[in-house]
Design a protein around this ligand. Structure first.
Ligand SMILES: Cc1ncc(COP(=O)(O)O)c(C=O)c1O
Length: 419
């Protein structure tokens, strides 16, 4: 493979001009510690292109006001731009209606919204909630809090040694007490892509609603909530080249309408007296208080940016990076790849024999290579593989084959230091 190759041919045969794309990202020009930045921590947070930065500046310099509240021009502009961002996000996941798209601060808040709004109303003592071993803590802890409060029980879908869900075992977990399923679309720790459509169909045949944590899927593949038929889908803006502090929950209107609000305050009401409050319609019912208006508009710009490149082209480029990186690491003695599912997104978790992951991360950082080390907020996955932590390289569409080579060279250097 040519190390200087800058444009990869996608599987569709189109040239994906990664060097051109990289010029959109000012941060990628940095050289912390004198070495060019090789940013491979995209599963934690991706970087922001100039187009999104410019959109934020335009909003702050010429459009900012509070929304939904005033008749003056700026407020009307800000409201229109905020609602346009909602439309973009709704289209991005192919929601039926834009009111099915609720702005949240991110995936974590979206899941907590469902726990409070749906779970506390419809899940009770003796009921069961199915989760998977692959969940991020944000799709475990809220449900544990609910189970503790209500006397409900959590059941867990196991995985095999490749990090794939055991779908047969999932199906066996269902019984008359099953009231809810929560599952990651893509595992943040291993990259496994879960067969959510098939698993949702199974749950629906038993009348059980399903929440999909899409934090690691939305940036890397085309998401179609109508096709997979999930009841809820949660994702975060900062993993989608957007700002922090913004994300979204897609929910089927019929369910959102039956749910109780998660937070009380301004904008989520139609009328208030000291005797009684009437709640607003969806989505406002779930958006109490002044939302992160700028961040929502910035996320709308990020969606425009990603859509212009195309999620299929992004997925193909990232798959090429993953294949190349997996082949390199597989060939290196002393390197164990953790997570070898047949269907994987752009995450490569690994362990180096005799080297603690934190040392791996620290030494790679000295080479300019930014990877994440730790339990990745997925401790049950670490427990399953009997490791305290892993090193994780996670790719975005702006990464290159040469950066994969830099990762491999960095790992070889770590091994030399510890040999
Ligand atoms: C699969 C998954 N779910 C949930 C989250 C939480 O996202 P946020 O911190 O943006 O709420 C993450 C973040 O890493 C994740 O990878």
């Amino acid at each position: 493979m040519n190390m200087n190759q800058t444009a990869l041919k996608s599987r569709a045969g189109r040239v994906f001009d990664v060097e051109r794309i990289r010029t959109d990202f000012p941060i990628l020009k940095l050289a912390p510690g004198g070495k060019p930045l090789v940013y491979l921590d995209n599963a934690a947070s991706s970087q922001m292109p100039q187009q999104v930065i410019d959109r934020l500046v335009r909003y702050q310099t010429s459009q900012h006001a509070n929304i939904h509240r005033a008749v003056h021009t700026l407020s009307e502009i800000a409201t229109a731009e905020y609602e346009e961002a909602r439309r973009k996000l709704a289209r991005f996941v192919n929601a039926r209606e834009e009111r099915e798209l609720i702005f949240t601060s991110g995936t974590t808040e979206a899941i907590n919204l469902v726990m409070h709004g749906y779970g506390r109303k419809f899940i009770g003592a003796g009921d069961e909630i199915i989760l998977t071993t692959l969940e991020h803590h944000s799709n475990i802890v809220p449900w544990q809090m609910l189970a503790e409060e209500k006397g409900a029980r959590i059941r867990v879908v196991p995985i095999n040694d490749a990090g794939e869900l055991l779908v047969d075992e999932y199906e066996k977990l269902f019984n008359a007490h099953t009231k809810f399923v929560g599952m990651a679309h893509v595992s943040n720790a291993l990259g496994s892509v879960n067969p959510v459509k098939q698993m949702i169909a199974f749950a629906h045949a038993r009348g059980v609603p399903v929440l999909v944590d899409g934090a690691q899927a939305a940036p890397h593949m085309r998401v179609d909530v109508q096709d997979i038929d999930c009841d809820f889908y949660a994702f975060s803006g900062h993993k989608l080249c957007g700002p922090t502090g913004i994300g979204a929950l897609y929910g089927k209107a019929m369910l959102l309408e039956r749910m109780q609000p998660f937070k009380g305050g301004g904008d989520m009401i139609l009328s208030v007296t000291f005797e009684k409050t009437t709640y607003n319609v969806i989505p406002q019912k779930f958006e109490a208080g002044t939302p992160p208006i700028a961040a929502a508009i910035g996320l709308g710009a990020a969606i425009d940016y990603l859509s212009a490149i195309g999620l299929d082209a992004i997925a193909a480029h990232e798959q090429a990076l993953l294949d190349y990186a997996s082949a390199q690491l597989k060939a290196m003695p002393g390197v164990r790849i953790i997570g070898t599912a047949a269907e994987k997104a752009a995450v490569l978790s690994f362990a180096l024999e005799g080297v603690h992951p934190h040392d791996v991360g620290t030494l790679l950082n000295q080479e300019g290579v930014a990877v994440r080390t730790g339990h990745h907020c997925a401790q049950p996955v670490m427990q399953r593989f009997k490791v305290p932590a892993t090193s994780r390289a996670s790719f975005a569409f702006y990464n290159t084959l040469a950066e994969v080579d830099a990762l491999a060279a960095g790992i070889r250097k770590v091994q030399r230091i510890f040999s």
